[in-house]
Design a protein around this ligand. Structure first.
Ligand SMILES: Nc1ncnc2c1ncn2[C@@H]1O[C@H](COP(=O)(O)OP(=O)(O)OP(=O)(O)O)[C@@H](O)[C@H]1O
Ligand SMILES: [Mn+2]
Length: 567
């Protein structure tokens, strides 16, 4: 019997190797600058206020949680449009010249021909009537096969109710990594609450990876509006709401959540919640003294009646601090050779959906698109990628991650409607940010974004237009602008599911079944089709036996979230 013993890490991203690995650190230093590793070992930092040698700078501290603008009565926010968008008329003319033979009026109506809603589909196929007694049910019944909603009066009513309805119970939301609460209202309907953590001006810590960045409630609200004005209508309706930590949360909280409330030394009401990352006293959610702003997103209909597919994105990042670049970030033929050739993306709307999604992600600065979900309820009618989970967007205004545009740049494909919408905003008279500003202004906790995000958005729109121009120099407009992609080299009947995989999850330091199930859920995120096996075995020997017994399975060994070995 061999007993293996490993020290437990303090938390999923507090890895001791990050401090010790000189290669990792050197990689993080800009070229041409030498990093002095001895600096890391100094126990005492320079005293505050001192000038740091060689521009060493001050360590970032955890940001304050000020009251949001919605709780401050000052309404003079200055001019949001006090900047000149980088619009290039010559670039625009070149694009219009290249696409002059594209008949947008003919193509756009054919973008999604099998148009139905849940209400119509169930009536036609099963003779089933869906109820429409409250705004949730009216929203659910109008969920469509081409977009999530169409009639904005239904959505406006839903957003009003989400913002005003009395809360009946509050639960911790399972799934995901950061704190989220589920509100159940008097009518039994539900919504996801993400609390505010930072002021609107907050910029993400430059040393955080996209996977350790904090979620931002305002990013959820802003992205809902941006998705709408881009004409996608694939994001889940989200609205701002101010809650009272005592009467709305504590009094209605389930026992597990209630235990995590406390009063801070400054006499503010706080709670911690329960989740994998940042659910501890040092990252508590605190009111000033007891009001808290957050985002409320309507709960999608129960998966039991309206199932969803969970798809792994081919443009997923590595989620590893060791191997930081995924294949698509280094191989510029990735789209041609891997994505376009892959059954699921070779025919139909999926690849164009992915490009729409990444154009939106580039604008909002979201690097965290590991999966996307789609409704699996309309039988054979192909469904769209839902623009869900945008909490890590709008983190930085001074940085544009050009890799997010690689799907567009590599595939050189775009929907006619998306192209037309982007060009319309770029050529003004109504710029993207003016349209976004007007839409977000209807939210009860406006302003949603710090205005410094507006020039960043216009700058990124300029980059998207440049990327489109770059493609049009390489391929013809008709090869780029299309409603449905077809790769004739791939047979259509292959366009089905990715093969099912099995994973045997086992954790080296895991001694409890709880850890095993957590591991399985992490694997499930990466491989949605897998069957997870949880062995009641804690040592390496049984795992080797199982590898021999089930060679057809992909066997992975992992240490609490990090894959160590996959066979
Ligand atoms: N509005 C919603 N309605 C129904 N289910 C939802 C909703 N929002 C999120 N979920 C489910 O909860 C899961 C986690 O949510 P979300 O992705 O927002 O959390 P997260 O903390 O950002 O997680 P991750 O770290 O996995 O990105 C989603 O994959 C989704 O299946
Ligand atoms: Mn997320």
């Amino acid at each position: 019997l061999v007993i293996l013993s490993f020290p437990r890490s303090e938390g999923p991203y507090v890895d001791s190797d990050i401090e010790k690995d000189p290669q990792f650190l050197q990689a993080a230093v800009p070229e041409g600058r030498h990093f002095n590793f001895d600096q890391l070992n100094t126990k005492k930092g320079p005293p505050r206020g001192r000038v740091y040698p060689n521009g060493a700078g001050e360590q970032l501290t955890f940001q304050k949680q000020p009251n949001p603008p919605s709780l401050i009565k000052n309404t003079d926010y200055g001019d949001p449009f006090d900047f000149t968008p980088p619009h290039d008329q010559q670039l625009l003319r070149r694009i219009y010249e290249a696409i002059k033979r594209i008949d947008f009026d003919e193509l756009i109506p054919k973008e999604c021909t099998e148009k139905t809603t849940l209400k119509q589909y169930w009536l036609q196929t099963e003779g089933k009537q869906v109820s429409a007694d409250d705004s949730w049910e009216r929203f659910y019944s109008h969920i469509g096969s081409c977009d999530m909603y169409r009639d904005e009066t239904v959505i406006d009513e839903l957003l009003r109710d989400l913002n005003k309805f009395p809360i009946k119970t509050v639960h911790i939301m399972d799934g995901g990594t950061q704190v989220k609460l589920v509100f159940t209202f008097e009518n039994g309907k539900q919504a996801v609450f993400k609390p505010m953590r930072f002021g609107r001006d907050y910029e993400s810590d430059i040393n955080h990876f996209y996977f350790s960045d904090f979620e931002r409630h305002q990013a959820e609200i802003a992205t809902f509006h941006l998705d709408k004005i881009l004409g996608f209508r694939r994001a889940v309706p989200t609205v701002g709401r101010i809650v009272n930590i005592t009467s709305d949360l504590y009094d209605k909280a389930e026992k597990k959540l209630k235990k995590t409330f406390f009063v801070s030394p400054a006499k503010n009401k706080c709670f911690v919640g329960r989740c994998d990352y940042y659910c501890d006293t040092t990252h508590a959610i605190c009111g000033l003294p007891d009001l808290k702003e957050g985002s409320l997103q309507v709960f999608l209909p129960d998966e039991g009646s309206v199932p969803r597919k969970h798809n792994r994105s081919p443009y997923r990042r590595t989620y590893s601090k060791k191997n930081q670049l995924a294949e698509w970030q280094t191989n510029m033929d990735y789209c041609t050779n891997q994505v376009k050739a892959k059954g699921v993306y070779a025919h139909g709307r999926k690849l164009l959906d992915l490009i729409d999604l990444h154009i939106m992600d580039y604008l909002i600065g979201n690097q965290d698109r590991h999966h996307y979900e789609s409704f699996n309820v309309f039988g054979k009618i192909p469904s769209y990628a839902i623009h869900l989970d945008n909490g890590r967007a709008f983190g930085r205004t001074d940085f544009d991650d050009h890799d997010i545009l690689l799907p567009l740049k590599q595939c050189c494909l775009i929907r006619p409607r998306t192209l037309q919408t982007l060009l319309n905003y770029y050529s003004e008279p109504r710029s993207l940010t003016r349209a976004l500003h007007d839409s977000m202004f209807k939210d009860p906790v406006h302003p949603i974004l710090a205005f410094k995000h507006y020039p960043a958005l216009e700058r990124r729109l300029h980059d998207v237009i440049k990327a489109i121009d770059g493609c049009l120099q390489k391929v013809s407009a008709s090869a780029m602008v299309m409603n449905h992609f077809h790769n004739s080299a791939v047979a259509e009947d292959q366009a089905e599911e990715e093969s099912k995989i099995n994973i045997l999850a086992w954790s080296i330091d895991g001694s409890r079944v709880k850890v095993h199930s957590k591991l399985c859920s992490i694997f499930k995120k990466n491989y949605p089709t897998l069957t997870c096996h949880i062995p009641f075995a804690f040592f390496i020997f049984p795992i080797l036996v199982q590898m021999c017994l089930f060679p057809q399975r992909i066997v992975c060994i992992a240490k609490y979230g990090f894959t160590i070995f996959c066979h």
